[in-house]
Write a protein that binds this ligand. Structure first.
Ligand code: SF4
Length: 291
């Protein structure tokens, strides 16, 4: 559907400070944009994330990942051979470290259909149970997201989980839940009201960080990103350390998630004792490397 998409020219908007992206040496902005379009285009095509007539609502937390995702989906929308619309919304759960309004104003000034919703039940939760965990917070957010999605007339909700999130979740599930699994690139809400998509599945956070930095100074960090001593934090540190020692390790992990070899795992539902133990022929989905 979108395979082979690359930017014909750099369309990264000016930084909200007014600094032109093109002033960067070697036109870094264009390189980042091309890499993003290629990776997001590949994910959207491979997993049939977006289809004719879709209304895609981007869950914009205000962080580097969701800001990048919104920009890339808007770029894809202009280039795609199908018609779909894109809007964005931010749910206030009381966890932003900076006001979201400057970012929202910047989006609105560019004609982007952005909506801001204060989720009072989440604010009440913070007051009543300040130490609530991610499970409860996510449940509250999910309810609010579906409410907003319905109001916006969306049938698709885009979530900003990155390649790093997929790798972290793959390790976490294997180590702590006894399942070989990560995150679904595409799934549906319980009542099938929404297709939930994760277009950044092949995009690493180094890329979103660099791209978002060139876009705006108004990216909003979440208070939870400062938490220390968590399993997630430890796994992130471990992966970053491994990546430094073995460049492209995360890409290899992603490739492994698309290249299952049941004959070397222990699930009898997929294990066939009469099959030979030949390694899988070729990776079905090759690693998407930087250009
Ligand atoms: S990290 Fe923070 S914002 Fe994210 S789900 Fe957990 S509690 Fe909620």
């Amino acid at each position: 559907m979108f395979a082979g998409l690359v930017a014909a020219k750099c369309s990264v908007p000016l930084k909200s400070s007014g600094e032109p992206q093109h002033a960067r040496p070697y036109n870094r902005g264009l390189e980042l944009e091309k890499a993003l379009l290629r990776k997001v285009g590949e994910a959207v095509t491979r997993f049939k994330m977006i289809r004719e007539g879709d209304r895609v609502a981007v869950a914009l937390s205000g962080g580097k990942d969701s800001v990048t995702m919104l920009e890339v989906l808007l770029l894809l929308q202009k280039r795609a051979p199908i018609n779909f619309s894109v809007c964005a919304f931010t749910i206030e759960q009381g966890k932003f470290l900076r006001p979201i309004r400057p970012l929202g104003d910047w989006l609105l000034s560019r004609g982007i259909d952005w909506h801001y919703i204060v989720d009072n039940p989440s604010l009440q939760l913070i007051e009543d149970v300040p130490d609530h965990g991610c499970d409860l917070c996510s449940r509250f957010r999910r309810r609010a997201v579906y409410d907003v999605g319905r109001k916006l007339g969306a049938n698709v909700i885009a979530l900003g989980h990155t390649a790093d999130d997929f790798c972290e979740s793959f390790l976490r599930n294997t180590m702590f839940t006894g399942r070989v699994s990560a995150l679904p690139p595409v799934t549906y809400s319980k009542n099938k009201d929404f297709r939930l998509i994760r277009p950044l599945v092949y995009v690493h956070e180094d890329l979103t960080k660099a791209y978002a930095k060139g876009l705006t100074d108004d990216v909003v960090p979440c208070g939870c990103s400062q938490k220390t001593g968590t399993v997630r934090g430890s796994l992130r540190e471990f992966m970053d350390q491994m990546e430094r020692e073995h460049p492209r390790m995360k890409d290899t992990m992603l490739a492994a998630m698309g290249n299952i070899y049941p004959q070397r795992l222990l699930d009898p539902r997929y294990f066939d004792p009469d099959l030979s133990d030949e390694p899988a022929t070729q990776s079905l989905f090759p690693i998407l490397s930087e250009p």
